[in-house]
Write a protein that binds this ligand. Structure first.
Ligand code: UTP
Length: 302
């Protein structure tokens, strides 16, 4: 049996404005946009739970009430389905409310990801904890968080997730300067820079939305001035930890080579839906047949 992880808390920042998805996100959180038939955020909470983290703190803000409702009971709907004897839909409704112990805190002003993480300090206390961005989907068949927790347990400090991207894409991400370690998928982080110009990027390793953080990150974040875009950047605080180990131990990176979708980006969101729908047992066979025909005829004509 796997030993109990020392990390039990997951923090999910979901207070961003979601401007890339307007107007859909004017009154609906982008994390509630459906990926096939589940809101994106449910995949993220499921990922935390399968990595052994069943205490989940969501950082929310204005217009984010549907997030809380989704992970709560809906007695009216449940009793209507019960009366109809629709057990399978009832199970779907109850699934999200039984997943994890959910907590919520409001960010107030969305002053950046670093500020959102700082809002978790009273709940997290003095333990290492995980951060999962609510609009980043990691395919459950390519587990990442478990590996990050393992590396944190081995080395202490903090662990970030990295993905190799094309050099012309690096300006869209935080970027890490890295040193190799004895393990092929693990690097040591020597520096971090948020959304660099490709000419200044120290590597093509992009930071993606999973972190296992030492609690000392809170002390650093309290002192972190607004950076790029006038926001308090988590990357800037991690840069401090990476360059001064005395603050909170080393920062390592786990290089992820699996499937990931940024559901806050319209193109990636569409790709996620098509891929996941194709792979679903219930919808996949019919959808794949339709898609083959569509790609063969409509797209070749266009
Ligand atoms: P994004 O950079 O994707 O920003 O934030 P956003 O506002 O959500 O989306 P766009 O770019 O305007 O479309 C990365 C993550 O950090 C959270 C977001 O909810 C997202 O999960 N975040 C960002 C906060 O919780 N608070 C903030 O102040 C900023």
């Amino acid at each position: 049996m796997a030993s109990r992880p020392t990390i039990s808390k997951a923090v999910i920042p979901a207070a961003g404005l979601g401007t890339r998805f307007l107007p859909a996100t004017k009154a609906t959180p982008k994390e509630m946009l459906p990926v096939v038939d589940k809101p994106a955020i449910q995949y993220v909470v499921e990922e935390a739970v399968s990595a052994g983290l069943d205490d989940v703190l969501m950082i929310t803000g204005r217009n984010k009430r549907p997030l809380e409702d989704h992970f709560d009971r809906n007695y009216e709907l449940e009793s209507a389905l019960q009366k109809k004897g629709d057990a399978s839909r009832l199970a779907k409704v109850q699934e999200s409310s039984d997943l994890a112990t959910m907590h919520y805190v409001r960010q107030g002003d969305p002053r950046g990801l670093g500020h959102a993480v700082l809002c978790a300090a009273p709940h997290v206390g003095h333990e290492p904890f995980a951060v999962l961005l609510g609009d980043d989907l990691i395919d459950p068949r390519d587990p990442l968080l478990q590996r990050m927790i393992e590396i944190q347990e081995q080395h202490g400090g903090s662990v970030i997730a990295l993905m190799e991207v094309a050099p012309e894409q690096i300006h869209l991400y935080g970027c890490a300067a890295v040193e190799a370690t004895a393990e092929g998928d693990v690097v040591r982080i020597s520096g971090l820079v948020e959304k660099p110009d490709p000419a200044d990027a120290p590597s093509n390793y992009a930071v993606i939305g999973r972190y296992v953080l030492a609690p000392q990150i809170f002390d650093v974040l309290r002192e972190t001035e607004p950076g790029r875009g006038g926001e308090i950047q988590l990357t800037d605080a991690l840069q401090q930890l990476a360059t001064d180990e005395k603050l909170g131990g080393p920062v390592h990176g786990v290089v992820f080579r699996g499937r990931r979708y940024d559901t806050g980006d319209r193109g990636d969101y569409l790709r996620a839906i098509v891929r996941l729908a194709c792979e679903r047992e219930d919808l996949g066979p019919e959808f794949r047949t339709w898609l083959r025909g569509y790609v063969g005829q409509e797209l070749s004509e266009g």
